[in-house]
Design a protein around this ligand. Structure first.
Ligand code: HEC
Length: 211
């Protein structure tokens, strides 16, 4: 076979190989001559690592790392003063600011309250939600949600109300993971509005005052 024939054959084979692949559907796995992009050395999650001294493949966050959406203000996040010694008396101003003001916070809080709290505490905050009514019917008194118009709850600092929503209390579930921080504060503003709207309801305090 002379050189010219060999070159022609190779060229033809090349053209054949190229044209044969185009537009054809195949069930076969592709033939990949250089596999190093496919078979790269890697660790699986949770797999032990020889490389790192602590043997962990999944690396802990660098100290001080903050997620973009994380609340960095401890008081806003916990409802407590910076040193953690007492509850915030009012909804923190930056929270109201970023919600667009009190009116927006109230509207949002109203909506969130109706979704998350009313089932137990009632739309008017009087404790007559469907869950409470049902609990009463079947004699499950521990699950009856109290009225929010009680003097004790009225006089509770805003931060404590926020803390109650965040952490739950006794038979009430915690909402820190299902209601975002700003929405929890918005609910606090709405509970305050509900309390003012129902201020003429007789409570332990009102009765005392009236007597
Ligand atoms: C599944 C029913 C249920 C839901 C939903 C619920 N609560 Fe409660 N809540 C309760 C019960 C029950 C108690 C009484 C807990 C106890 O004293 O054992 C309670 C207690 C409270 C108290 C009084 C805390 C105290 O110091 O005694 C507040 C304030 C309150 N809830 C606010 C809210 C708000 C705001 C929401 C909505 C984010 C909410 N709750 C959602 C059932 C519920």
């Amino acid at each position: 076979m002379n050189r010219l024939t060999l070159t022609t054959l190779l060229a033809l084979a090349g053209i054949g190989a190229l044209s044969g692949c185009r537009g054809q559907v195949s069930e076969e796995p592709p033939i990949v001559p250089i596999r190093n992009m496919y078979d790269q050395p890697r660790y699986d999650p949770q797999q032990a690592s020889d490389f790192f001294q602590d043997g962990r493949t999944m690396r802990p966050l660098v100290e001080g790392t903050v997620a973009r959406e994380m609340e960095v203000d401890l008081a806003v996040e916990s409802g407590r003063t910076e040193d953690g010694s007492s509850w915030l008396l009012e909804v923190p101003a930056p929270v109201l600011q970023r919600q667009g003001g009190m009116e927006q916070a109230l509207a949002r809080g109203h909506e969130r309250y109706d979704i998350f709290c009313a089932a137990c505490h009632g739309l008017a905050g009087d404790g007559a939600g469907l869950v409470s009514k049902r609990a009463e019917q079947i004699g499950a008194s521990a699950l009856i949600a109290p009225t929010l118009h009680d003097a004790r709850i009225r006089e509770m600092p805003d931060g404590q109300l926020f803390g109650t929503i965040s952490n739950g209390i006794r038979n009430m579930p915690a909402y820190a993971h299902s209601i975002p921080i700003d929405d929890r504060w918005a609910i606090v503003t709405y509970v305050r509005a509900l309390q003012i709207s129902q201020a003429s309801r007789p409570t332990a305090l009102n009765t005392e005052v009236a007597q």
